[in-house]
Design a protein around this ligand. Sequence first.
Ligand code: SF4
Length: 383
Amino acid sequence: MLQATGQGLYIHIPFCHQRCHFCAFYLEIHHARAADEFVASLLTELRLYGERGVLGPTPLDSIYLGGGTPTTLSSRQLATILATSKQMFGLAPNAEVTVEAHPGSVTRDSLAHLHEAGFTRVSFGAESMDQTELDRVGRPGSPASTIHIMAVAREAGFTNINLDLMYGLPDQTMGSWATSLQRTIDLAPEHLSCYALTVEEGTHLKTAIQRGLVPAPDEELQNRMEDLAEEILSRAGYDRYEISNYCRPGFASRHNRLHWTGGHYLGVGPSAQSYLDGLRFGNVSDLTAYTTALKSGRLPVSESDHLSEEVDSCERLVFGLRLIDGISLEQTGALSFPELTQEVNKLLVDDLLERNGDVVRLTTRGRRYADTVAVALMASLNE
Ligand code: SF4
C-alpha cells in the first residue's frame, strides 16, 4: 500500500496560450509582461513562506509545477522558480520534480535546459492520439507533436514521463480509444493518466452541447472505455494504482501520492490549495489580486479552514479510497468516529466498498460511484 512520505510543493502557473473547450480551470491567456510580473510575485510568495519556516526543516520530497501550462513560461523562468524553491525549502535526495507541459510548448533546447536545472519528470498533455478528436474539443497540438516531443524529451535525459489522455470525447469510439491507447503505449511513457471528459459549467463545450452542436458524453460508453483502458494497459505492463492513474512498477507519482495519503503540501500561485497539519487553505483565483497582495508583502490566501479531527479523518478516507489498494482505516483515524465507521459498514453492504482486515477500498462497482461514496462519507458527519 502507498504510504505518505515527505511533503510537497505545488506551484500553479496560471497561463495558457488558449483555452480548451472543456477547461474550467482558473487561467489567463499568456502575455510576456503579465508572466514576468507573475514570476516576480511567485518568487516573493516562495520567500515569504520560506522565511516563515512553514514546512519546517524536512526537505521537499516532491515539487510539482502545474497549470495552466507551466511551459508558457521560458525554461529560464522555470529554472529560477525551481532554484528559489530549493533554496527556501530544501529538496530531498531523489525527490520528484515534475513540470506539466503542452507538447507544442517545449523544444529540444528548453527540455534540455529544464532537465539540467533539476526537473526529473515531465507530464505532457497528449489527451488523444486522434487529430479529429483534439480538434473537436479545441485542443491545440497534434498526435505527431506528441510523438516528436517524447523522442526529444528522452534525448534531453528524461527517464520519467507521464502522458495525459482523455476518454468520452465527442464522437470518440471504442475503436479510436483503443488506437489512442496503443499509440500511447508505443511511446513507452512510465506513467499514464486517463481522465473521463466531464462537462463543466461555463465552458465552451457545455454551450456547444446545449446548442446540440456536440454530443454530451455517454456515461455508459465512458465506463466501457475505462474498462478497456485497464485491460489494454495492464496487458502492456502498467499497474492501475489510482482510479485515473497507471504506471510502470516504481513510477507512481509522488505528488499524487501525497494528496491521496494525507501528506502535507504547500500550494503557491493563484488558486493553489494547501494542506498542512489539518489546515486547508487556498490562494485567491485572480492574478491581479494575487500580485497586488504580494507587492504589499501579504500572502494571497483568500480562504482557510481548520479541519476538525473528524473531517480530517473523513477527507483522508475519501482521498485514500481513490487508491486501487485502498487505505488503512487506522491510518485515516476514521475508527475513532462511529458515524464514519457506520457509513463505511453501509457502503460495504451496498457492495461499493470491500474490506480486508484494516484496509478498505472501492469495489469495481464502487469505482464507478467514487463521487457518490465520497458524498455519503462526508454527509455522515452531518447526520
Ligand atoms: S491546456 Fe490545460 S489548463 Fe490550459 S486550457 Fe487546456 S485544459 Fe485548460
